[in-house]
Design a protein around this ligand. Structure first.
Ligand code: NAD
Length: 269
């Protein structure tokens, strides 16, 4: 049997670190040619390490720098991908940030920055991907779908999060962005889904698990009894991008060790 994503081109935004990096490596191992998107000069080194890991495992890919919240840069990145590879099969809108502040102190700048990266950036990348998927249509030798879009959401698309209203609002927005895109794009055989991670060990949430005390406190929220790792999410992303999940669209897959099961109620509330 061939690899699940053999012959397909996959863009993963924000894949120079964390969850995106793990998805890039996993999709490369699954046979996809991977476009490793990174944000700025500072993240080039991370992107190079990711591409080296993919190549060392026998895979292939390229690096593209782009601020995914910038329409011109997103259009330019897609133009380059299409010029280089002719088309695209998988788009993972993963890039995201946190800029935390209490609601009373949150500045408009903090609000705008997070919404621009986490929500508008996903809109821009998904739109360019969907345009290409619709143009090309289904080619059965590539995949049963014309294209696959995976949005990186969070348990905070459903769990309110004081001190992080910009982040929670962005992920709540991703939920209905994803579902509305899925509804509109299904007739074109474009599948759109979200992954909602719980607590995954990356730099975005380092201060929640970097000491034993912090990790113990965090584990109170996780019935399954361990903090997640990026590979937990990457495996799910490969499945969602593959034909194994061909009848799955418009769904959020929670990868959270049960964080959304309201563990506070486990002992009679
Ligand atoms: P991370 O900080 O390692 O990854 C975020 C990536 O996005 C970085 O590589 C960063 O350079 C990139 N990025 C930021 N702004 C960008 C922009 N404008 N253009 C392009 N790239 C940009 O953290 P992570 O945990 O891997 O986060 C990845 C995604 O997973 C985010 O969307 C985050 O909200 C989501 N998430 C993470 C967790 C977790 O526990 N780690 C939980 C739920 C959701």
């Amino acid at each position: 049997m061939g690899k699940q994503l053999e012959g397909q081109i996959a863009l993963i935004t924000g894949s120079s670190s964390g969850i995106g990096a793990a998805i890039a490596v996993a999709m490369g191992k699954a046979g996809a040619t991977v476009v490793v998107n990174h944000h700025s000069d500072k993240s080039l080194k991370g992107a190079e390490e990711v591409l080296n890991t993919i190549k060392a495992a026998g895979g292939n890919g390229v690096i593209k720098q782009c601020d995914t919240s910038n329409e011109e840069q997103v259009k330019q990145m897609f133009a380059e991908i299409l010029a280089q590879f002719g088309t695209l099969d998988i788009a993972v809108a993963n890039a995201g940030i946190q800029q935390d502040a209490s609601f009373l102190d949150m500045t408009l700048e903090q609000w705008n920055k997070v919404i621009a990266t986490n929500l508008t950036g996903q809109f821009l990348c998904a739109r360019e991907a969907a345009r290409e998927f619709k143009r090309r249509g289904v080619q059965p030798e590539r995949s049963r779908a014309a294209g696959k879009i995976i949005c990186m959401s969070s348990v905070h698309e459903v769990i309110p999060w004081a001190g992080h209203v910009n982040y929670a609002a962005s992920k709540g927005g991703v939920k209905l962005l994803m579902q509305s895109m899925a509804q509109e794009l299904a007739p074109y055989k474009i599948r759109v889904n979200s992954i909602a991670p719980g607590a995954i060990k990356t730099r975005i949430n380092e201060d929640a698990w970097d000491t034993p005390e912090d990790e113990k406190k965090l584990l109170e929220l996780i019935p399954y009894g361990r903090v997640g790792i990026p590979e937990d999410v990457a495996k799910v992303a490969v499945w969602l991008a593959s034909d194994e999940s061909d009848y799955v669209t418009g769904t959020t897959l929670f990868v959270d060790g049960g964080m959304t099961l309201y563990p506070g109620f486990a002992d009679n509330g």
